[in-house]
Design a protein around this ligand. Structure first.
Ligand SMILES: [Cu+2]
Length: 187
């Protein structure tokens, strides 16, 4: 039979455990707040990493994202730069062609609102933000076809915003690049 002492002992144990858990949760909240404050202050006081901007209103008039400059470009060192634009509700180019086993840099931006840039079957998943240039180094292991849906809700036609990426072998790409300055696989 439980005595008066057993009862008060149990209460004391429960109170101790409760205090311990309460302290732990306060410490966790404190650590998280501290991390957020540190990152915020750090970002505000340190020079930013490379941030490149592009005015969405003049993309089609001048600069790197002129329509004639979009698509894949083979550089003298064998690397490839792909320039693309996302807009409601398509990508330009709609079909991107790149070589396998080659260092590739995607440079893209948005002409209107935030769009998603995701290549199915790879870990490529970023965003196209109006006003900013997304610069992403990638490499494809093997030839193949991938779909490239916009994964960020961007308006009423969002579900129809799909692009394609065609990865071809290196020599095929080199032959294509010999014939044309900017490559796409848009039919
Ligand atoms: Cu979109």
């Amino acid at each position: 039979m439980a005595t008066e002492t057993d009862h008060s002992l149990g209460e004391a144990v429960a109170a101790r455990i409760e205090r311990r858990w309460a302290t732990l949760s306060i410490v966790i909240v404190g650590v998280l707040v501290g991390m957020a404050a540190y990152i915020g202050i750090h970002q505000a006081t340190m020079p930013q990493g490379r941030v490149e901007t592009a005015d969405p209103k003049t993309l089609h008039l001048s600069g790197e994202f002129l329509e004639s400059n979009l698509g894949s470009e083979l550089a003298a060192d064998g690397s490839v730069t792909v320039r693309a634009i996302g807009q409601q509700y398509s990508f330009t180019p709609q079909c991107i062609v790149v070589p396998a086993e080659t260092p590739i840099t995607f440079r893209a931006t948005s002409a209107d609102v935030v769009h998603g840039f995701l290549i199915e079957g790879t870990n490529i998943n970023t965003m196209l933000v109006p006003g900013y240039i997304t610069d992403l180094p990638v490499r494809f292991k093997a030839p193949g076809d991938h779909v490239m849906p916009c994964q960020e809700f961007c308006g009423i036609g969002h579900q129809g915003m799909w692009g394609r990426v065609k990865v071809v072998d290196k020599s095929t790409f080199r032959d294509m690049a010999a014939a044309k300055r900017r490559l796409t696989c848009v039919d």
